[in-house]
Design a protein around this ligand. Structure first.
Ligand code: DX5
Ligand code: ZN
Length: 213
């Protein structure tokens, strides 16, 4: 299991130290939540802060867009060279075109599904995607309770990926902790995002290690 701590739960008063700490603790990716106050009822960070995040991180960035007007934000964040740029399918009329655009920028494209969105909505995009992110909370805030329907969605998605001989990874985001990590691993999940669980721990390394099942 790969682990991507979400910096949404970090102490923004000492963001550089927080990012250095999770990278030293051995995380695989640094998950960055971008919210615009329209697609979700919260507002987070823009390019000024993400630039500082990119400089502090020694692990690749995993940028999760929760915005309207995805194309604008893709262009805004591409210069920071994240490993993944993911956008919500619920907010995109032309996902195929946007996937191509992200790939042309040299970044791995990923799509995010809200808790109610079925994996079948992206079946015909799977070969084009490096990752699918399944939300296990309603996007907008850290520290929410895990919605277990993702345990049913992940195996369905995995089956679709295998049937199509695609290499797409499955990531889960929201309410992940040491209580649900084994069920997520059994469901075929490759990467977990964890905000509160990692940054709420006194020892980031043991929190990250406890998710590496
Ligand atoms: C929610 C964000 C998540 C969130 C995860 O909209 O996409 O990345 O920060 O935080 P926890 O692990 O605390 O649910
Ligand atoms: Zn996220």
């Amino acid at each position: 299991m790969l682990v991507a701590p979400s910096i949404l739960s970090a102490d923004f008063g000492k963001l550089r130290e927080e990012i250095e700490a999770i990278c030293t603790a051995g995380c695989d990716l640094v998950h960055v939540d971008v919210m615009d106050g329209h697609f979700v009822p919260n507002l987070t960070i823009g390019p000024v802060v993400v630039s500082a995040v990119a400089k502090a991180a020694t692990k690749p960035l995993d940028i999760h867009l929760m915005v309207q007007n995805n194309t604008f934000f893709v262009e805004l964040f591409a210069p920071f060279k994240p490993q993944y740029l993911s956008f919500h399918i619920e907010e995109e009329k032309h996902p195929h075109r946007l996937i191509q655009k992200i790939r042309d920028l040299g970044i791995s494209p990923a799509i995010v599904l809200n808790p109610h969105t079925p994996p079948s909505s992206i079946e015909y995009l799977l070969e084009e995607l490096d990752m699918v992110l399944l939300m296990s909370v309603n996007p907008g805030f850290g520290g929410q309770k895990f919605i277990p329907n993702v345990l049913e969605k992940a195996p369905r998605l995995k089956e679709m990926i295998e049937k199509r001989n695609a290499k797409t990874l499955i990531e889960v985001d929201g309410g992940v902790n040491n209580q649900n990590i084994h069920a997520l691993a059994n469901a075929g999940v490759d990467i977990v995002v964890a905000g509160n669980y990692v940054f709420g721990a006194s020892d980031y390394k043991s929190a990250i290690d406890s998710l590496r099942v």
